[in-house]
Design a protein around this ligand. Structure first.
Ligand code: HEM
Length: 168
């Protein structure tokens, strides 16, 4: 084998797979297929925090995961919100929401979901419903023992997304 050929072969075998070869985000096991879209961290709707104090205050990857599960559990049984969440693929919602919050808090996560306008298009969400969801997130963070200041730092990152989520 020529050395140059052997080298390129080694590079192909050793180098990590390019992004295009990763599984597509709409093909996760246990989730429903949705129309393809361009995957981009910018879809998360906020830049990641530079320091990890808030991420740590929420309990890192495991803490974020528990808090989001609690948020979704509260919201699907909340009389103010249950109708909106009835047709939702909750496996996908839990996964993408966890990615999004972990990403925004500067954690070791990429966001693979849709942008906020596309994800909430035609759901007809009201300001009252937006506030109800925020209340449920606060409840989940309270129960997880997240200090008030850290809670507010996360909420401040989510608040500007209201314009893309609320339609009425
Ligand atoms: C800043 C606030 C919010 C954030 C960060 C957020 C985040 C997300 C994310 C990441 C997704 C999944 C995206 C994807 O599937 O690619 C999603 C979908 C969804 N969200 Fe939100 N959301 C917010 C507010 C709300 C509110 C207030 C409601 C209802 C009261 C809501 C109801 C839903 C529903 C029903 C879906 C599923 C849509 C579908 O099945 O196509 N969201 N949201």
């Amino acid at each position: 084998m020529r050395p140059i050929f052997a080298l390129s072969l080694a590079a192909v075998l050793i180098l990590p797979l390019p992004a295009a070869a990763q599984p597509t985000p709409w093909a996760h096991p246990g989730e429903e297929a949705i129309d393809p879209y361009a995957v981009d961290d910018a879809n998360a709707g906020a830049a990641p925090m530079a320091e990890d104090a808030v991420f740590e205050a929420l309990g890192g990857v495991q803490g974020v995961s528990r808090i989001i599960d609690d948020l979704v559990d509260r919201s699907v049984r909340d009389p103010r919100l249950e109708e909106i969440f009835k047709p939702t693929d909750l496996a996908r919602l839990r996964r993408t929401l966890k990615e999004q919050v972990c990403f925004i808090l500067g954690g070791p996560c990429a966001y693979s979901g849709r942008d906020m306008a596309a994800a909430h298009k035609d759901l007809g969400i009201t300001t009252a419903e937006f506030n109800a969801l925020v209340e449920n997130l606060q409840g989940a963070m309270d129960d997880a023992g997240v200090p008030f200041r850290a809670q507010n730092r996360l909420l401040a990152r989510l608040a500007p997304m209201k314009g893309d989520v609320v339609e009425r």
